[in-house]
Design a protein around this ligand. Structure first.
Ligand SMILES: NC(=O)c1ccc[n+]([C@@H]2O[C@H](COP(=O)([O-])OP(=O)(O)OC[C@H]3O[C@@H](n4cnc5c(N)ncnc54)[C@H](OP(=O)(O)O)[C@@H]3O)[C@@H](O)[C@H]2O)c1
Length: 280
């Protein structure tokens, strides 16, 4: 990965940090995106110390703000002439219904709209750096997700599971539609289920769900390093050069849900998201 420039979002902890570390170990220049400068700098110091790779830099943006996403895309292109890998990793699960400054439900905004906007704003630099790769962090829970066009922002009904599952189905639909649109450009787009990983994703779980997710399941869950393996594989391995439009788990392309393979649904979601993010 020497001479390769990689951007990993949400790279100050969890799977994102493990991914950044893995790419740094392979010699890449890695941009660690985070929303808190101090947490980003701490992660940077740790990665530099563990890998001996000093080509690690921090960029800050709150992905709950479309304006901040735009500034992040600008900053990447101002600092770098090439970008070979974009890992859309940052994500969250919100227990309560909240709206972003743009008026969007936060889970949908951070997990789906932000990576869609960031990716589209970086497409020119990715195409210019081809062969290039985009890796989106989805999840097996996309199987329980539904895109509720009548209530995308959860204003009528909201639950953490419903919002999170919807956003993860959106990640898979986005990946497939993106791969179709990128056909022939030398830019690959794939998505990943990293496994059940011990991380801070369940930090807002409380009560019974908190007990299950943060205590009882823990012994059976993967470390972030193990969760990042397939992400790093898709971002860097020659074995998957040219592979695009796939959903991966455990380093293998596996079949995602039936709904995720509906091209009309993917196109409709793309068009709605384009309007919401101001891309259209
Ligand atoms: N853990 C699992 O079992 C699992 C399973 C399937 C899929 N995934 C997916 O894997 C990805 C990484 O999750 P993780 O488990 O590593 O979770 P995590 O430990 O909670 O890390 C999430 C990262 O995203 C960042 N982030 C959250 N909201 C943000 C915002 N508004 N702006 C900028 N950055 C933001 C966090 O920053 P802060 O540190 O500032 O909060 C953190 O760096 C997510 O997309 C998740 O859906 C995880």
């Amino acid at each position: 990965m020497k001479e390769k420039v990689c951007l990993v979002t949400g790279a100050n902890r969890g799977i994102g940090k493990a991914t950044a570390l893995g790419l740094a170990l392979r010699g890449a220049t890695v941009i660690i995106h985070c929303r808190n400068r101090q947490l980003g700098e701490t992660a940077r110091e740790e990665i530099v110390a563990k890998t001996g790779n000093a080509a690690i830099e921090v960029m800050v943006a709150d992905l709950a703000s479309l304006e901040a996403v735009r500034r992040l895309a600008e900053a990447v292109q101002r600092r770098h002439a090439t970008l070979h890998v974009l890992v859309n990793n940052a994500g969250l699960a919100k227990r309560r219904h909240t709206l972003t400054e743009d008026g969007f439900e936060t889970t949908f905004a951070v997990n789906h709209l932000a990576p869609l906007l960031l990716t589209n704003l970086l497409l020119d630099i990715l195409k210019g750096s081809a062969p290039a790769r985009i890796v989106n962090l989805a999840s097996m829970v996309h199987r329980w997700g539904r895109i509720s066009f009548h209530d995308l922002m959860g204003q009528r009904h909201y639950s953490m599971g419903r919002a999170y599952n919807q956003s993860k189905l959106a990640n898979v639909l986005f990946t497939y539609e993106l791969a179709r649109r990128l056909d022939g450009t030398g830019v690959a787009a794939n998505c990943v289920h990293p496994g059940m990983v011990v991380s801070d994703l369940g930090r807002e779980y409380t009560g019974f769900m908190g007990l299950i997710a943060n205590k009882l399941w823990r012994p059976f869950m993967r470390s972030p390093e193990r969760g990042a393996e397939t992400v790093i594989y898709l971002a860097s391995s020659p074995e998957v050069a040219g592979v695009t439009g796939k959903y991966f788990a455990n380093r293998r392309a596996v079949r995602s849900s039936r709904a995720s393979h509906d091209p009309a649904l993917a196109q409709r979601l793309w068009e709605v998201s384009e309007r919401l993010t101001g891309l259209a």
